[in-house]
Design a protein around this ligand. Structure first.
Ligand SMILES: Nc1ncnc2c1ncn2[C@@H]1O[C@H](COP(=O)(O)OP(=O)(O)OP(=O)(O)O)[C@@H](O)[C@H]1O
Length: 580
């Protein structure tokens, strides 16, 4: 078939099926007619019209191309395609396509973009690998247990949703009297906890207590049965237990840093211990967050000291949310501990659909993560633990509750809180401020970047770990590099809404009715983003954009809610082994 390109003063025809004898009389009869040719040929034929009655067919194959090209140029007929050599372009496009992959820049950008999306937190691609390969392989190779395999020992704790015992294996009674395992008999939230513990074991085993097995025990008298969860016994003490001691933080020093500390007792030594605890806690949190899990119940009671690894680990994942597949997005409020919960209460904004079905949640997880930054909920709680470690008066429940009240009154502005309490501070409180003020106040700076009202303004666990507070060598003053790092951290922590307001003010100053730019009144309107009903074209356009934006959000939410309703059953609990 022929490809026809109309051009001023004539047109060209690119032909792939053509026999040479057609060329013999290349005249006007070609015009307006369909050309039929017998054989496929890699040659391209161009029919050029100098005037409507005189058609020239030029063969653009091998030397013939040049002959015809020269002929046209020679007689001075500069037809668009001969001048631009677009026949050559068409010619190339008709050549058989190469089978090899050709890398183009847009292709490379697209591929890189897709890969970054699939690997962005919480990780769509690693999620698929984890769920469909690792989980199966693990199930094949890991030992399984039954109810009768355990001998119950001492009760370790009892919450509203479960009882925790120290246990040992019946077949293999431990040398230790109490047993070297921990069993939690949990009610409804046990299923979530098994899911989270298995995920953690595959993704970041060192962050949480060493989980062994979980199953549904059906023979129990309790209604639908009980979930049994088994961990290795990590140690006797939680951070809460250790913080209650008058010796804190020195009682932890021996455990994490070993004997023989050189420094005399005092603020600097205490600071170093607190710093180590915070680093371990943030490390565990960073690992959890990187795999898409938000704990939501971070408190000293849920941080256990592992005697084996000499580090602090996280326990109690019953209130956790798995953002990768959308499990437990919105917990029952009573699962959260009001003493440590961030002011937002919910990790996902109320605009976010309650819990999309797993495939939708997985596909959207990087977007939802960036929109909500749910990990910052845990960061707030970790900030409060930091505060409790620095200020002895806040280690009691009543002390913490009182602080929470004061902070709320200051609109969750820690700097404002400090200004109100510091002038009349007790010696206890002053000691805390002194500790945080060490090394040009980098401890205080880290704390204020964690305890903030807006989740988006809080630092992430990863960024906190890179803070110079954790990078000091010994207790020397900050090095130049560390100072630069501090400046960088500060730059990333800036509240840019203020900067935006500043720019807006500058624009306002330069804007007058005559000179153009926005006037202050117009900017006020822009800032308020409340378009009025009657107004000029500018306002109407703004109103339409806002309306459209709201509509898109609403539609997205509605469709996702619809999807979630279909898949709302606890699909993932099917994965939990049952023992009848
Ligand atoms: N792996 C472990 N090793 C040692 N002790 C553990 C382990 N897991 C839990 N414990 C102990 O059991 C206690 C209760 O555990 P956990 O917080 O998980 O249970 P819970 O029923 O959710 O309790 P609560 O409702 O009070 O939070 C912990 O405070 C800790 O002392």
């Amino acid at each position: 078939m022929a490809a026809v390109a109309a051009a001023a003063g004539g047109f060209s025809i690119g032909v792939t099926n053509l026999q040479l004898h057609h060329l013999k009389q290349p005249t006007s009869p070609f015009l307006g007619k369909k050309l039929r040719f017998k054989h496929k040929s890699p040659y391209l034929w161009t029919v050029s019209v100098q005037n409507p009655r005189n058609v020239l067919v030029s063969a653009l194959g091998g030397d013939l191309i040049h002959v015809v090209h020269n002929l046209f140029v020679g007689v001075g007929v500069g037809l668009p395609c001969t001048v631009m050599e677009c026949g050559d372009i068409i010619y190339r496009s008709t050549l058989p396509k190469s089978n090899g992959l050709t890398l183009t820049i847009p292709g490379a950008i697209l591929a890189l973009g897709t890969l970054s999306y699939l690997w962005a937190t919480p990780g769509v691609a690693p999620g698929f690998f984890d769920m469909f390969i690792l989980a199966f392989v693990e199930r094949i190779f890991r030992p399984t247990f039954r109810k009768d395999d355990f001998v119950l020992g001492k009760k370790l704790g009892e919450g509203a949703f479960g009882v925790v015992y120290r246990v040992s294996l019946a077949k293999n009674p431990s040398d230790k009297k109490e047993g070297d395992l921990v069993l939690k008999k949990a009610t409804e939230y046990g299923a979530v906890e098994i899911w989270m513990n298995e995920r953690v074991r595959r993704a970041c085993a060192n962050s949480c207590a060493d989980f062994m097995y979980g199953f549904l025990e059906k023979s129990s008298k309790k209604g639908d049965g009980e979930y049994w969860l088994i961990w290795k016994f990590e140690g006797e003490a939680t951070l809460a237990d250790l913080m209650q001691s008058k010796e804190f933080p020195y009682n932890v020093e021996r455990m994490i840093l070993g004997e023989g500390q050189q420094l005399p007792k005092g603020l600097e030594r205490e600071n170093r211990i607190i710093q180590t605890i915070m680093r371990q806690l943030l490390f565990a949190l960073d690992s959890l967050h990187s795999t898409g899990i938000v704990h939501r119940d971070i408190k000293p009671q849920n941080i256990i000291f592992s005697e084996g690894s000499r580090t602090f680990k996280i326990i109690d994942l019953g209130a956790a949310a798995d953002l990768r597949v959308g499990i437990n997005y919105i917990p029952k409020e009573f699962l959260l501990d009001p003493r440590y919960a961030a002011p937002e209460q919910y990790i996902m904004s109320t605009q976010t659909p309650s819990a999309p079905s797993a495939p939708v949640a997985t596909a959207l997880s990087p977007v939802l993560w960036q929109m909500n930054l749910p990990d910052r909920f845990d960061i707030y709680s970790a900030g409060l633990i930091f505060l409790q470690m620095a200020f002895p008066a806040m280690r009691t429940d009543s002390g913490l509750i009182q602080f929470n009240r004061q902070l709320k009154r200051c609109d969750y502005d820690l700097v404002a809180w400090r200004k109100t309490v510091e002038p009349r501070a007790s010696s206890d409180l002053r000691k805390g401020f002194e500790l945080l003020n060490l090394d040009e106040g980098i401890g205080w700076e880290l704390l204020t970047s964690m305890v903030r009202y807006k989740a988006r303004q809080r630092t992430s666990a990863k960024a906190a770990l890179a803070h110079p507070y954790f990078n000091r060598e010994g207790l020397l003053a900050l090095s130049l590099v560390q100072k630069l790092r501090l400046q960088f951290f500060r730059a990333t922590q800036q509240d840019y809404t203020e900067a935006a307001n500043w720019v807006i003010q500058l624009m306002a100053k330069s804007g007058t009715e005559q000179d153009g730019g926005f006037t202050e009144a117009q900017l006020l309107e822009l800032k308020e983003m409340e378009p009025k009903k009657k107004g000029n074209a500018e306002r109407n356009a703004l109103a339409s954009i806002l309306k459209l934006q709201r509509k898109i959000l609403r539609t997205l939410n509605e469709s996702m809610d619809e999807l979630s309703r279909q898949g709302k059953s606890l699909w993932w609990s099917r994965w939990i082994p049952r023992e009848e």
